[in-house]
Design a protein around this ligand. Sequence first.
Ligand SMILES: Cc1cc2nc3c(=O)[nH]c(=O)nc-3n(C[C@H](O)[C@H](O)[C@H](O)COP(=O)(O)O)c2cc1C
Length: 449
Amino acid sequence: VSSTDGKRPDQMVMAAFVSASTTKTSLGAWMHPSTDLGFLTADYYISLAKTLEKGGFDLMFFDDRLAMPAAYQNSIAGAVERGARAVKLDLIAILGLLAGHTSRIGLGATYSTTYSQPYHVARKFATLDHLSNGRAVWNVVTSLNVDEAENFGVDYTEHGDRYDFADQFLEVCTGLWESWQQDALELDRESGVFADPDKVRPLNYKGSRYSSKGPLTVPRPPQGWPMLLQAGQSPRGRDFGARWADMMFVSSNGIEAARKQYADQQERFVAAGRPRHAARLLPSVQVIVGETEELARAKEAYYDSFIDSEEELIYVSEQASFDFSTVPLDEPLDDELLDKVGGTRGLVEKYFGQTRAMFGEQATLRDLGVARARRANIRFVGSATQVADEMEEWFTTEACDGFVLQATDVPGSYEDMARLLMPELRRRGLVSDGSGSGTCAIASVLPGA
Ligand SMILES: Cc1cc2nc3c(=O)[nH]c(=O)nc-3n(C[C@H](O)[C@H](O)[C@H](O)COP(=O)(O)O)c2cc1C
C-alpha cells in the first residue's frame, strides 16, 4: 500500500483485556467478593465470552506470560501466596473452546515469538481462524523477562535482537499462511482432486534465526492472515508494530501523551510504507462505571481497599527484571535506582513520574506500589455519561481509535460496562451496533471495512 492518507475509522474498537486466570490488574481482585473464581473451568470462560459478545465488545483479548513472577525477593513465594500472576492457562485451548460458543466476537491470544517456533504458531492461529470462522487475533509479543527464558532453558535474548528475530518470525508465519492460495481446495469427488498442487507452494524461507520449508498443513485462513495485534512501546517495538500490526495497544499517562503517541505512530506507519491509520491504536484503560457517579466512586474506593503495595512490587520487579525488595520501602525514591534497572529504565521512570505526581517529591517505593495500582492504567470512573464523555474526547481528538478495557472484578465489571456504558456509546454512534459486515466483530470496525 503506498497511499499515506488512510481513512480514520469513525467508530471505536472496544476490546476486553482478560486473563486465563483471575484478572491481571486488580491484585486483590480474586479476593473481591463478587469475583468468579472459576478460572480453571470451561464454564467460566464461556460465560464471560457470552457476556462480552452480547454486550457488544469487539474483541476478547487474553494476555500471557510464560513464567511466574520470581524477581521479587528472588522467589516465587510472594506471587504464589498472593495470586499475583501465578496462574496462566494455555490460551489456544481456551480460544478453541470459545470459538464454539460465540459467533461474532474477535478471539485474541498472546503468543511469544521468543519462545515458540513460527511453524507451530502459524499453524495454531490458522486453525483457530478456521474454527472461529475468521475471528482469530494474535497478540505478537517478544517477551520481557528473564524468568521466561529460564523456563525454556535458553539464554535471555536482548531487546533489539528480540524484535529482529520477531521480524523473521512473522515473515515465516505470513509466508506459511500464504502457502495455500484461497481457492486451492477443490474437494472434487468426481475428478478425484482434493486440492490443486499448483496453488499450494513451499516457502523455502531461510533466515539467520528461523527457516521453514513449508507449505503449512492448514489451508489459507478465512481472514487471509489472522489479525495481528502488537503492544510495543519502545521505538523499536513501535516500528515493528508499524510494519505488521492491524491493532496496537498503547500504554500512556494521559490524553496529552496519548495524542502525541498517536501522531507519532501515524508517522511510523508511513515510514513503514503503509498509510496513516493503517492500524487501530488502543490505550489500555480501567473503567469503573456505575448507575451514578457516587456509586462508581464507591466501587472504586472499595476496590482500592484491596491494594497491597508489596504485591504491586512483585509485578514491577517482574516487569523490570529487578528485585525491588532490595530497596527501602519507606524512603524517598532515588533516581540512581534507574541506572540499575537497565533495559526497563523507561518503564520504571514512568512509574517514578506517576508516583511523584500523586504523592509529591518525597514519594516512596510503598507509594509507587499504590500509584501503580491506581494509575499505571488510565482509569475512567463515573456514570455511563461521564465515562462516555471521556472516551468520546479521547477518540474525537485523535488520542486513540478505541480502548482495551481492564476490569476490576470479573465478570461484574464487564457486566456493568455491557449494561451501562455500551448502550450509551451505541446511542452516540461511537461503537458498532453489531450489524457490521463480516463474521468477525472486530473486522467490521477496522480501516477499510
Ligand atoms: C495493553 C498491553 C498488553 C500487553 N500484554 C502483554 C502480554 O500479554 N504478554 C507480554 O509478554 N507482554 C505484553 N505486553 C508488553 C508488550 O508486548 C511490550 O513488550 C511492552 O509494552 C514493552 O515494549 P517494548 O517491547 O517495545 O519494549 C503488553 C503491553 C500492553 C501495553
